[in-house]
Design a protein around this ligand. Structure first.
Ligand SMILES: Cc1cc2nc3c(=O)[nH]c(=O)nc-3n(C[C@H](O)[C@H](O)[C@H](O)COP(=O)(O)O)c2cc1C
Length: 322
């Protein structure tokens, strides 16, 4: 399957892994890249640029294929402006294939990134943001619908509508994200005019994702209605798996904005530990509605080969209808 995205990043399959704090580390990244997609190392896992460099080098010991890095430019207590500068500098020095940015546009880094020969894409939830990203000089844009895990924009537009709206509004390649977990989603994204897909939630239930088996089983058991939007009161809504903790957060939010009570519940440390201990009730797991499409744990190779095969099959079958 050849698209503008497979050409841009030099990958076999038009499938990219989205940033996932605490999960997108060398093992998973290398497995996805070796299987023909674009793996992801999430910079926020590392407190310094040098730690990120070590992770990139560790990944390169496991794969010689293209790799990506996510840099989430959101206000953070932990990550300073200088550390963001270091993340970008290290990605340029290490010449990763692509940087996926979310949050604030990476305006001040664009020239530096391009001079290093690195590609850069940004995740947006609105046409106006996509146009801005194109104007700044990004190489590609990710259309992220409200279905997505993480922090969907509070415009609340679905992937199904956002993708074609962005495709008709910009000239750079568009990648669909939010709600994609199988070959049907890949075929749909291509039909909507996208050049590829980004997935995150689906990659958690793969053999190479290092989380406790309880969590993988929980994702397999859960359905599409099992996520909820938390932290709207903080103006940074996040989609998370419904559980005891999200119920607690929503109950506090109902009483009003209360940072002091909410922050300890959603702390990064809490979820970082829970991915490893398998405690499915007491952390905010920021997964998307695509959780309803996960039926079994697969290797990254099985998952992505199967997706491409199924998407091709769908296109062939539908051609016969005309
Ligand atoms: C557990 C988890 C953690 C995430 N962390 C980040 C992050 O740190 N930065 C970011 O830009 N997006 C993050 N996301 C969003 C994904 O990169 C991606 O945009 C989104 O999950 C796509 O929707 P899907 O989960 O339906 O595939 C996260 C998603 C998940 C599931």
């Amino acid at each position: 399957m050849k698209t503008k995205i497979t050409e841009l990043f030099g990958i076999k399959h038009p499938i990219i892994c989205g940033g996932m704090l605490w999960l997108c580390k060398p093992d998973l990244c290398a497995a996805i890249s070796n299987a023909g997609g674009l793996g992801n190392i999430t910079a926020g896992n590392y407190d310094t640029g040098e730690e990120l460099r070590e992770a990139i080098q560790q990944t390169r010991e496991m794969t010689d294929k293209p790799i990506g890095v996510n840099i989430t430019l959101l206000p953070s207590f932990r990550i300073t402006e200088e550390t963001y500068d270091d993340y970008f500098r290290v990605c340029c020095e290490e010449k990763v294939t692509a940087i996926e940015v979310s949050g604030k546009p990476a305006t001040k880094y664009i020239d530096q990134v391009h001079k290093a020969g690195v590609k850069i894409m940004h995740k947006v939830g609105a046409v106006r943001h996509a146009k801005n990203i194109e104007r700044i000089g990004y190489d590609a844009v990710l259309a992220a619908g409200i279905e997505e895990g993480g922090h969907p924009l509070d415009d609340n537009v679905s992937t199904m509508v956002l993708t074609p709206r962005i495709v008709e509004s910009v000239n750079i390649p568009v990648i669909t994200t939010g709600g994609i977990a199988d070959g049907r989603g890949l075929a749909a994204a291509l039909a909507l005019g996208a050049e590829g897909v980004m997935m995150a939630t689906r990659f958690i239930a793969t053999k190479e994702c290092n989380v406790h088996p309880n969590i993988k089983q929980e994702l397999i058991n859960r359905q599409e209605q099992d996520t909820t939007l938390i932290c709207k009161s903080l103006n940074l809504q996040g989609r998370a798996l419904k559980n005891k903790l999200t119920e607690e957060v929503l109950a506090i939010e109902e009483e009003g904005k209360d940072l002091e009570r909410i922050f300890p519940l959603i702390s990064g440390q809490k979820v970082k530990e829970a991915w490893q201990t398998g405690d499915v009730d007491n952390a905010a797991f920021m997964v998307g509605q695509s959780v309803g499409l996960i039926k079994e744990e697969l290797s990254c190779q099985e998952l992505m080969d199967g997706m491409v095969r199924d998407a091709e099959e769908i296109f062939k079958r539908n051609l016969q209808r005309f």
